[in-house]
Design a protein around this ligand. Structure first.
Ligand code: GTQ
Length: 342
């Protein structure tokens, strides 16, 4: 080593004893020209992971586990319990007769229903029965428990902002004293009150979340297909819609941006990238997702993560419906969301 280098290393060593470090050796990696996510593109084929999800019920009950979930951990972020640099994903299983006990936490959760019919989640005093394709919100700090009074297993995707909340060191949790928190309103109340193109006169929301906490797929699907009769799909996105908070027109949740899109059979998108890493769930149909030079063949219920700022294209073999969530809403609020169309 040259004398200069030797003297520098010695200096760094002495500075380290004072918890000081030189920026100039790290500047280019701390402040890169463009995002360099540690998260990698990855697919979880439902066909491959479903047996593991179902087997988890042989090992532990929902009650003992509190939440019986297999985490979808990004292979580039091993040990982190993260699917992207800012978000968490897992597949939760609830078997007939089970209750996943009530608790609350500062993290927000979304559920996207994969299989089963009619199990419920109770959120802040209202139960909703869930069907495949439904998008369900559990706002920050609301008590929630899940139950299955049907005779078949139910599986859904959990999306939470666990890493974001951890970044701010703002994680709090509380268990409800009994397994089930009280239910004070009839099922369907929120949808009727806030999700029917109507709002109670004088209604003022005290929440950053949409008061609609279940967006049923039956309605969403109908809307998507009706769109195809009135307009051409967007060249970069297909028929892309966002779940909306009817009170203010914003995204449905404060930290996670949720969308659903339809790509008509045979349609292919042009390249697109954005600064948010996104998690996609295949709702219906087959197709493919090309991310950089990696190609993923899509089947119903597959989950794929697209790292931020990697260009991707979609191709639909059938009418293809995709749900997605990302931290876009948080990036927009903080002023650093970017996108590029090719
Ligand atoms: O259902 O409350 O996948 O608290 C991770 C943490 C689900 C839940 C998860 C949770 C939940």
């Amino acid at each position: 080593m040259s004398t200069i280098q030797t003297q520098r290393e010695a200096f760094y060593g002495r500075a380290d004893t004072q918890s000081l470090a030189p920026l100039w050796t790290r500047l280019k990696s701390l402040v890169p020209e463009a995002p360099a996510p540690a998260c990698v593109a990855h697919q979880w084929r439902y066909e491959d992971v479903r047996p593991y999800v179902l087997e988890s019920a042989e090992h532990i009950s929902a009650k003992e586990a509190e939440r019986r979930v297999l985490i979808l951990e990004n292979p580039g972020l091993q040990g982190s319990s993260q699917i992207t640099n800012s978000l968490y994903a897992g597949l939760q299983l609830i078997m007939p007769g089970e209750v996943a006990p009530a608790h609350r936490h500062t993290q927000s959760a979304l559920r996207f229903i994969i299989e089963g019919s009619g199990a419920y989640t109770a959120v802040d005093g209202e139960k909703t029965l869930m069907e495949p394709g439904d998008f369900v919100i559990t706002p920050s700090w609301t008590f929630h428990h899940h139950g299955n009074e049907t005779n078949a297993p139910m599986v859904w995707l959990d999306g939470l902002d666990i890493p974001l909340v951890a970044l701010f060191n703002s994680t709090f949790r509380e268990d409800y004293p009994s397994d089930e928190a009280p239910v004070s309103r009839p099922a369907g109340d929120a949808l009727a009150r806030y999700g029917s193109g109507l709002l109670p006169v004088g209604y003022q929301s005290g929440s950053l979340n949409s008061p609609v906490f279940n967006y049923p797929y039956a309605r969403t699907r109908e809307a998507l297909h009706t769109l195809t009769r009135g307009s051409e799909p967007d060249a970069h996105a297909g028929y892309l819609m966002r779940y909306v908070n009817p009170v203010d027109g914003g995204w449905a949740m404060p930290t996670m941006a949720t969308t659903i899109r339809l790509l008509p059979k045979g349609f292919a998108t042009r390249g697109y990238r954005s600064s948010d890493s996104a998690v996609f769930v295949v709702v219906e149909g087959r197709g493919r997702l090309q991310i950089g030079d990696e190609r993923f063949d899509l089947s119903p219920h597959d989950v794929v993560v697209v790292p931020g700022w990697m260009s991707y294209t979609l191709h639909a073999n059938d009418d293809l419906v995709l749900f997605s969530y990302s931290d876009r809403v948080a990036q927009e609020k903080l002023g650093f969301f970017r996108e590029q169309r090719f």
